[in-house]
Design a protein around this ligand. Sequence first.
Ligand SMILES: Nc1ncnc2c1ncn2[C@@H]1O[C@H](COP(=O)(O)OP(=O)(O)OP(=O)(O)O)[C@@H](O)[C@H]1O
Ligand SMILES: [Mg+2]
Length: 367
Amino acid sequence: MGDSETVEALQRALATVIDPELHRPMLQLGMLRDIAIDGDAVSIRVVLTTPACPLKDRIQSDIEAAVVGVVPGINAVRVTWDSDVSSTRGLPGRQEIAGVRNAVAISAGKGGVGKTTLSVNVALALQQSGARVGLLDADVYGPNVPLMLGLTEQPRANREGKMLPLEAHGLKVVSFGTILKPGEPVIWRGPMLAKALREFLYEVEWGDLDYLVIDLPPGTGDVQLSLAQSMPMTGAVICTTPQDVSLADVSRGIQMFRKLNVPVLGVVENMSGFVCPHCNEKTDIFGTGGGRELAERYELPFLGAIPLDPRIRLGAGGAPFMVSLSDTPVGGVFRDVASHIAAEVSKENFAAAPPPEMPGPRMRLAG
Ligand SMILES: Nc1ncnc2c1ncn2[C@@H]1O[C@H](COP(=O)(O)OP(=O)(O)OP(=O)(O)O)[C@@H](O)[C@H]1O
Ligand SMILES: [Mg+2]
């Protein structure tokens, strides 16, 4: 078989590989690059839309199944992994934040369900997967992020007068809590609040970020409105607990985001069952499944269930769970939730702006 026939057969074979989350051909999406034939092996650089992709094994075996034994003369596939996080499309009337590819808000119908815990640990899980991540604590009424990350210093400004985010465990962090004096009453309202929020978005030197995670105050108030109306938000994640008997607050939240054109990425159930820190066994104390039912009712993806684990609360004093205990089963749950969120972000971006069809891949015959 001649070389050009091998290249053509390889191209036909690779064109059948479908991205398991985006459900479109990976070749067409430009995700298979630097394809080179060297003897009886093919090497491919697979460029994922997020480094937090849990499906690498599946993608690898799909490529192998498409090629090995199909393309004559090819017996092995060598995959190298790379990522290029997709970016939210702009929206008319909403100002992009320079350098920020995606902004994901963590919200809940009421207080105390674990928004800050989820924001901090999902941000850390994304960062640990290799993404560049920022965390904006937009809970002006009770900014808890500094406490959870052990941040006590005040942010500084760069030469142009833009605020420099604080750094914690590889995250870039901006919080109202670091500019308020302890115990100072919060009096942000209406126009003043909107102005302060704009400064936190646009007068900050965020640098290049794949994900900006935003910890929202509870409910559907001024902060949510202000943020959703000023910036292009990739989407919102709804955090709930099994005890959320009244779903009215939650559905108000979902409806608010939908009205503001902010996609709802899905539902996370927190405090879902109890995991014994000694034996890792799970017991359902308050019941589970409410989050999944909610997701079904609103036809939203269910992003995962995080159990009650006393070590999560203990980690709220500066060394968050995903820093000190990421190797535990609950650490794996946070990683899964983060991957799910990243996948929904990629889907949202591809649905909003289909990428241009790639020209035929350039394939190279090595040696
Ligand atoms: N899965 C969990 N297991 C154990 N404790 C948890 C879990 N999730 C959150 N907590 C604890 O519950 C309390 C409330 O969580 P958190 O502060 O994250 O909620 P919140 O929704 O941000 O609250 P607020 O509305 O006050 O901002 C904290 O003490 C936190 O450490
Ligand atoms: Mg909070």
